[in-house]
Write a protein that binds this ligand. Structure first.
Ligand code: ADP
Ligand code: MG
Length: 98
């Protein structure tokens, strides 16, 4: 039985000249809805980019469903809706939901 949807250990991300995430330990259990509030520029999007595996200059551990973030095995298992646009007009309603 998988314990965590997302788990990070010592997650550090450099963007530009700054460490925008520094030594973040996070454990999100499966089957929970979790919010990530914080001020603009606080690093929320950087964390989400790390979770889906598109962020550069990531160090530490980031696991999603027990696999390294961004690994091929996760590509059909992780869905996300971007801040903007959240609905793609060139896809059908069903395709957007999938
Ligand atoms: N493209 C970028 N290049 C350099 N630094 C960036 C870039 N995008 C964001 N940052 C830095 O990363 C920090 C966190 O940004 P971000 O993760 O977008 O925050 P949030 O989503 O919480 O508003 C920002 O304060 C900024 O300093
Ligand atoms: Mg953001």
């Amino acid at each position: 039985m998988m314990k965590y949807a997302v788990r990070t250990e010592g997650l550090t991300v450099r963007r530009g000249r700054h460490e925008v995430l520094l030594d973040v330990d996070l454990a999100v259990p499966v089957s929970q809805v979790v919010g990530l509030p914080g001020p603009s520029g606080g690093g929320k999007s950087t964390l989400m980019r790390s979770v889906v595996g598109v962020q550069e200059r990531v160090s530490g551990t980031v696991e999603v469903l027990g696999e390294p973030a961004g690994s091929a095995a996760l590509r059909r298992r992780v869905g996300y809706v971007t801040q903007s646009p959240s609905v793609y007009r060139d896809l059908t309603v069903g395709q957007n939901l999938r």
